[in-house]
Design a protein around this ligand. Structure first.
Ligand code: CA
Length: 243
């Protein structure tokens, strides 16, 4: 995979434990996405790659329509593409994926959407801010006040996703959406192979300096050094430098 814009860069690694890298990412001038194909499901690799490609294509052809609809349409396109692939190959019927994407709309606003537990963070004014909320059982318990944030971080429910793209579901999962208040700062998209190995403070420190490619490579290396129990993928975008 290659980088098309010097203001954005990605890096991915299979890790130290798994045989396949089921993560995928895409980078264009306006669309950035990371997807994490489901472990234990056939075709996780195909599902994540198909999802980011379909979403990116859908957003590239978007012309003047409602930007909120465009983000939802991108997730629908990703979901439908996975179902189509699964229908053509019954052994892949279960395949699914998470996806987090960021898109700079026609007005220059950056819109974020996510399904599953791949995340987006914004580093601005020296502060790392999570932009997304995971779709998993630990988060659901946290939302209901049955866990504290501290308990949720180590709860086994964090590994059970409550929403994914694909997996044969006829219902299109609606993404959680977020509009960035400004257009400055450094954006990070990542699969859980990053944030399950590194704390937010570690991520903030590694993300802060150098080019997007240097930061992306440094984050992946740190996740590997911390154990590399999962595939790890990051996309780093300098907002405001190319808008
Ligand atoms: Ca993962």
């Amino acid at each position: 995979m290659s980088t098309h814009s010097p203001s954005a860069a990605g890096a991915t690694h299979v890790g130290h434990v798994r045989d396949n890298n089921e993560d995928a990412y895409v980078i264009t001038d306006r669309v950035w996405a990371v997807a994490d194909g489901l472990g234990g499901h056939a075709g996780g690799e195909d599902a994540s790659a198909a999802a980011v490609d379909a979403a990116q294509e859908r957003l590239e052809v978007h012309a003047g329509s409602d930007p909120e609809q465009a983000v939802r349409a991108a997730f629908r396109a990703a979901h439908d593409t996975i179902l189509m692939l699964a229908e053509a190959e019954p052994s892949l019927a279960d395949m699914g994926t998470t996806m987090v994407l960021a898109w700079r709309d026609d007005d220059g606003m950056v819109r974020i959407g996510n399904v599953g537990d791949s995340r987006a963070y914004l580093l601005a004014d020296g502060e790392l801010r999570p932009l997304t909320t995971d779709d998993n059982e630990a988060q659901a318990l946290l939302d209901r006040g049955e866990l504290t944030a501290e308990q949720a971080r180590v709860h086994p429910g964090q590994f059970r996703l409550t929403k994914v793209l694909g997996t044969g579901s006829p219902e299109v999962p609606q993404p959680r959406e977020h509009l960035l208040p400004g257009t400055a700062g450094r954006l990070l998209l990542c699969s859980d192979g990053l944030n399950s190995e590194l704390s937010d403070d570690e991520i903030a420190a590694l993300l802060a300096d150098g080019t997007p490619q240097q930061a992306a490579d440094r984050l992946v290396r740190a996740a590997l050094d911390a154990g590399g129990h999962d595939n790890v993928t990051v996309v780093v975008v300098d907002l405001g430098s190319g808008a």
